[in-house]
Design a protein around this ligand. Structure first.
Ligand code: HEM
Length: 405
């Protein structure tokens, strides 16, 4: 990856050879362990500068202490979310909404969307989520003693629930997952192509719903009002693209990392199988140990932060995977302890942008683990195979072949 020149205001002694994209263990590599690769950031200072910590090789400051990350994420006047990360792939600059808006504009849109993903709404979905998990897993169990758990379970399980929730055509699930994969983990050709096709799909869907109302998410968005007015076409696009991208493969990745851990740790696997009541607590620890989304903010003004001369326009990385391994917050942070209590992990972020879909994500992860462990006997990673993992802004996993013969 090309390194951008280190800005003059960054003291050379604050520069470290670290990147969420290219550190050892970041991938795509078989058996790469992106979480372990990131955990090493704690052996150093509270903040350092990485010269190539974004997809386009841009440098960022890296905040390593969870309490400092919370300060950054709460202080939206100094550290803005306005980055147009998706639109920039198209050479444009509109924000994904509400993710790339700062307060106060952020609040109006967030208030609009909150009821759609509330705990109450998610509770009504629980029976259909469970039914879907059981159907998929029963089919896997009936067809043999091995499967690619991402292709056969994690993706079809989570993506169909999400598409159903949004009222999107479920028969296009594989196409949508392919777009998300190209967008999040693709190269410089695939990424803009995926961005283009997603925008065109969302714009087309919005136009169709304006013409012909339905009982679905996009109809809600095109009819919604913020501050007494309808959303502009660009705002509808910003909301549609964000929700589509944010919910499509994040939960599948979480379930994949969890099952990969359990496949390698048979004692923990047996514990959860024998005592399924522990799964709710265990799911929090697995979320802590294997978070998937990292956060970036941009400085709106010069500020000296824990000895670092952050200057207006600098990028500041608050990686959840680093916060979640902070020894000041978690005893033995690199040990996965499925009985860990008071687990204040950062996996769903912190502050005003805390994940909108966290209630849905949690329910899916818990139900997925409960039904998998109830139906599949002791499983391991199939001999001779190794899962492929991705580092980057959103960590991913694929090709996870499990075997229970
Ligand atoms: C395990 C799965 C998931 C993880 C780990 C995750 C993580 C996160 C994180 C860390 C943020 C904060 C981003 C920031 O502050 O810059 C976030 C925001 C968001 N997430 Fe999730 N997410 C997950 C699943 C979902 C799902 C299923 C949805 C579906 C709707 C979703 C929708 C969103 C939205 C809309 C935001 C932006 C919220 C705002 O800006 O106010 N997420 N997510």
């Amino acid at each position: 990856m090309a390194k951008n020149p280190i800005p003059e205001h960054v003291p050379p002694e604050m520069v470290r050879d670290f990147s969420l994209f290219t550190s050892p263990g970041m991938s795509p590599t078989p058996n790469g362990d992106p979480h372990a690769a990131v955990a090493c950031a704690h052996s150093g200072p509270p903040i350092f500068y990485s010269p190539f910590n974004t997809r386009d090789g841009r440098g960022t400051w890296v905040i390593t202490r969870a309490s400092d990350q919370r300060r950054v994420l709460q202080d939206t006047e100094t550290f803005s979310s306005h980055r147009s990360i998706f639109a920039s792939a198209l050479g444009e600059s509109w924000p994904m909404i509400p993710l790339e808006l700062d307060p106060p504009a952020h609040g109006a849109f967030r208030a609009l969307l909150n009821p759609l993903f509330s705990p109450k709404r998610v509770a009504t979905l629980e029976p259909s989520i469970r039914e879907r998990a059981i159907r998929l897993i029963d089919r896997i169990a009936a067809s043999g003693t091995s499967c690619d758990v991402m292709k056969d379970f994690a993706f079809p399980f989570t993506v169909h629930i999400f598409l159903h929730l949004l009222g999107l055509p479920e028969d296009r699930a594989d196409t949508f997952v392919g777009w998300a994969r190209d967008l999040l983990h693709g190269d410089d050709v695939k990424r803009p192509a995926a961005a283009k096709v997603i925008v065109s799909f969302i714009d087309g869907l919005a136009a169709a719903r304006r013409e012909d109302l339905a009982d679905d998410f996009m109809t809600f968005v095109v009819q919604a009002q913020v501050e007494g007015r309808r959303l502009t076409k660009q705002e509808v696009r910003g909301v549609g693209v964000l929700v589509f991208v944010a919910g499509l493969d994040t939960v599948a990745a979480a379930i994949g990392f969890d099952l990969a851990y359990l496949a390698r740790n048979l004692r923990d696997q047996a514990l959860l199988r024998c005592e399924p009541d522990r799964i709710v607590l265990a799911a929090e620890e697995l979320l802590r140990a294997f978070p998937t989304v990292q956060l970036i903010r941009v400085a709106m003004k010069d500020i000296d932060f824990e000895g670092a001369p952050i200057r207006k326009g600098d990028y500041v990385s608050c990686a959840t995977m680093i916060a979640n391994r902070d020894p000041a917050e978690f005893e033995c942070p690199n040990t996965v302890d499925l009985t860990r209590q008071d687990n204040r992990h950062a996996s769903f972020g912190f502050g005003p942008h805390r994940c909108l879909g966290s209630h849905l994500a949690r329910r899916e992860i818990i139900i997925g683990l409960e039904e998998w462990l109830a139906r599949i006997p002791a499983f391991r990673i199939k001999k001779g195979t190794a899962p492929i993992t991705f580092g980057g802004h959103v960590f991913g996993i694929e090709n996870l072949i499990l075997d229970w013969s």
